[in-house]
Unconditional design. Structure first.
Length: 533
């Protein structure tokens, strides 16, 4: 019983919770409650240094004054103990400033003087009396609240802070305005498009090159005609690309309309391209090179788009797509006569090794007996010849056909080949379909699709002839180029180069996905697909 009574007396010590008001410090609280600053800090481990903030509730240990309880229940004082000691909330020492110009309203205590207030808060007596004109000189009464004004230094700091805030706000608003202005799309009421190609207009007997170029232009016009039905306004300016000298290109670029073009397509010849890329860069005009695979044409040409990319530059993408599509297969590389794809095959083997993908190599003659090459039958076999030639493909298929029918029922055999396989005759394609052949390609024409059939019919109706039989079909290439770029310019206007990735059109033959390798260089078409034949 004695121990319990002693314990109760310990917990009944005058410990209160104090809600910090604006302007209060650890020093002022220690003075008010008759404790030391260190005692307060020891009771409140969360306090760092001398920092306390308005609204923070802190513990005051061994307080000699009732302090500001403000109905805060403390874990140290129970409800019954509070009732027994008849503790009641005391009037706060300070209140938030309610008068203009007051940092805080201070409760006057016994023996408080104007001098002590001014010393504690760092203000002059003149400033104090100006803030409290109701108080006569040196006379303040206990229990009243007085205004503690801001010091001249604090007012200057507040003014400087406000001026800084306003300046930062103005700067932010100006940045936002400029950014919005820079990102704003300026739509073109009418698109001006220059097409610069070697049409060979003066020749009666056109070369195959000229015929393909004309096919491209006519396919481009069919795209324009289709977009005009959708409300797009376009004017086409066609220019003849002559000879191998740049003088003809210079003459075209000095035409009055050229600086006002929204798109330039061409030229075809490699020696003419640099002059046009420089002109397009100077006038910030999107420029399309539809034919050349030369890797240098987009260098230092930030507005130039290369449609026909060299397949070699996309080999790494082929390997990645193949492994994503065939994660559980066993690859068998077949050494063929010629081995004209050495670089491709070497890179393929490295990519498979890096990913831990199973593969092996055999000779073309060994394919006649698959069970000797690959005893296991639990994985799909994909044969990849090291040559793209039609002769080697035919020999590979003959050797596959030579396997015993009982063996072939045990294996799931596929072929993976090359873009060149698109050009092979139909009987080869039938055999490729027998072995579930697929290829990688940057372009592909599905002649059985209704869209391609409709285009071919319209081309023949307009121009009274079929497209020149080439690889790829140049009329379809022209249509895809016109559809992509004119649709994009109509949608994104002057921001087309920045937002071309948002152009969503379906290609009939040449899909387009352009990537910019660096800020100073142009755009390269990296579209590549694996196609089942």
């Amino acid at each position: 019983m004695l121990f319990c009574a002693f314990s109760t007396s310990v917990f009944a010590q005058n410990i209160v919770k104090h809600e910090v008001q604006s302007g209060e410090t650890l020093y002022s609280l220690a003075r008010y409650y008759g404790v030391t600053v260190d005692a307060i800090k020891q009771a409140n481990p969360s306090i760092e240094g001398e920092n306390i903030i308005s609204g923070q509730v802190i513990t005051i240990p061994n307080a000699s004054k009732s302090g500001k309880v403000q109905n805060v229940t403390t874990p140290e004082t129970t409800h019954s103990e509070a009732a027994a000691t008849k503790q009641t909330p005391a009037q706060p020492k300070t209140q938030p400033g309610k008068k203009p110009g007051c940092k805080l309203m201070l409760l006057v205590e016994k023996k408080t003087t104007v001098y002590s207030i001014c010393k504690e808060y760092g203000i002059s007596e003149d400033d104090f009396y100006r803030a409290n004109p109701q108080i006569e000189k040196s006379k303040i009464k206990k229990g009243n609240y007085v205004c503690i004004p801001y010091t001249a230094q604090e007012i200057a700091q507040q003014r400087a802070a406000e001026e800084k805030r306003q300046a930062e706000q103005r700067a932010a608003e100006e940045r936002a305005r400029k950014e919005a202005e820079a990102n704003a799309i300026k739509q073109y009421p009418k698109l001006n498009v220059a097409v610069i190609l070697p049409f060979d207009l003066n020749s009666k007997n056109k070369s195959n090159e000229a015929i393909k170029v004309i096919d491209f232009y006519e396919g481009f016009l069919l795209a324009v005609e289709n977009l005009k039905k959708q409300g797009v306004s376009v004017d086409i300016y066609a220019y003849e690309e002559k000879g191998t000298f740049t003088s003809s290109i210079d003459t075209i670029l000095t035409q009055p309309m050229m600086p006002h073009m929204n798109l330039i397509v061409g030229p075809m010849r490699l020696e003419h391209i640099p002059a046009v890329t420089r002109f397009a860069k100077q006038h910030n005009i999107p420029h399309v090179v539809p034919f050349s695979t030369n890797s240098t044409i987009t260098m230092s040409a930030p507005t130039t788009f290369q449609v026909n990319t060299a397949v070699k530059s996309l080999y790494s993408k082929v390997y990645q797509l193949f492994m994503e599509r065939n994660p559980d297969s066993r690859v068998v590389f077949v050494n063929c006569e010629g081995n004209d794809k050495d670089d491709y095959i070497a890179g393929f083997k490295r990519a498979l090794s890096d990913k831990g993908h199973a593969f092996q190599t055999c000779e073309l003659s060994e394919v006649k007996s698959i069970s000797k090459i690959v005893p296991e039958t639990d994985k799909r076999l994909i044969f990849i010849p090291t040559s793209a030639s039609q002769h080697n493909l035919q020999q590979l298929i003959r050797n596959l056909n030579a396997n015993a029918s009982s063996d072939m029922t045990l294996y799931n055999v596929s072929l993976f080949g090359y873009p060149e396989w698109q050009t092979f005759k139909e009987y080869n394609k039938q055999n490729m379909r027998k072995y579930n052949a697929s290829i990688f390609a940057t372009f592909y024409t599905n002649s059985r699709s209704s869209e391609v059939s409709n285009f071919n019919a319209k081309f023949k109706s307009w121009f009274k002839r079929d497209q020149f039989n080439s690889y790829p079909l140049f009329g379809l290439l022209g249509y895809d180029v016109g559809n992509f770029f004119i649709s994009g310019l109509n949608k994104f206007g002057n921001k087309f180069c920045d937002r071309q990735s948002g152009v969503n059109v379906t290609a009939l033959q040449n899909p387009m996905h352009f990537e910019k390798r660096s800020a100073e260089n142009g755009f390269v078409n990296t579209s590549l697909k694996i196609i089942s034949l």
